[in-house]
Design a protein around this ligand. Structure first.
Ligand code: PXP
Length: 247
């Protein structure tokens, strides 16, 4: 029974990009990205996420190699699948590669893939990444057609882009969650695993995972790091875990 509960629990992967942003503001190694990642694990996070962008404005390529050697929970590397990204995944073989469609200079990911238009390209990339033993997740809007075509790429999982859910949560949370429930139901029928991320926080997280208990992992960065300024990192991670575990 405990085993089943464990499988059904949604994992928390902490996105540590913002830690690197603060470090990069000065020329030294403060805060130490590796130490923060290890502390997140020690405080209960079940994964660490990074998004090494080509301009290295937060996580640098070298951070990825260094983190891979040290962390022992699930390492998730997000990124646009250009040559550099594919090489990084090939070299480091993380637990998961999350493919995002944003061009290299984008401020942050702000839409999911068009899996129909990019089907052939994604199929090749998914095949390549899976050959390294890495699980693949494709960032997606909660759109049934996009889920259907995601299945054809061979991806293991999709990551539902939750910004629209988060921004409509306070207006009408039941309406905001509706497309996500439908997309998740369809993905589950197609045997695709579900992750979720973007703009999740202590207010909107529990309703999301209560409504869609099959979400396997949430990756959370911005709000969690902001909360840590007030509550401290250890307390903050505990608060997020409580939202995920209090079914
Ligand atoms: N998932 C993806 C694909 C992202 O690009 C990001 C932002 O880096 C996140 C999740 C985390 O979003 P947030 O920082 O808003 O929690």
């Amino acid at each position: 029974m405990l085993g089943i509960l464990h499988i059904l629990m949604t994992k928390l992967s902490v996105n540590i990009n913002k830690i690197a942003t603060i470090r990069n503001a000065r020329g030294n190694n403060n805060p130490d990205v590796i130490k923060v990642a290890l502390d997140c694990e020690r405080f209960g996070a079940q994964g660490i996420t990074v998004h090494p962008r080509p301009d290295e404005r937060h996580i640098r390529t070298q951070d990825v190699y260094d983190l891979k050697k040290k962390i022992c929970t699930e390492f998730n590397i997000e990124g646009y699948p250009n040559k550099r990204y594919l090489q990084l995944v090939k070299d480091t073989k993380p637990a998961q590669a999350t493919l995002v469609p944003d061009p290299p200079g984008a401020l942050t990911s702000n839409a999911g893939w068009d899996t129909k238009t990019n089907l052939l390209q994604l199929k090749d990339i998914v095949t390549e990444l899976k050959s390294y033993g890495t699980r693949v997740s494709i960032f997606l809007n909660p759109d049934l057609e996009m889920v259907e075509f995601a299945k054809l790429t061979g991806t293991d999982r999709i990551e539902l882009y939750t910004e629209p859910y988060a921004s409509n949560y306070h207006l009408d949370k039941f309406k905001a969650i509706e497309p996500y429930i439908l997309a998740s139901k369809y993905a589950t029928e197609l045997n695709i695993g579900i992750n979720a991320g973007h703009d999740l926080d202590l207010q909107n997280l529990k309703f999301l995972t209560d409504s869609i208990p099959q979400i396997k992992e949430v990756s959370i960065g911005h709000a969690l790091i902001c909360d840590a300024l007030y509550f401290g990192l250890e307390n903050t991670i505990q608060l997020y875990l409580q939202k995920l575990n209090s079914k």
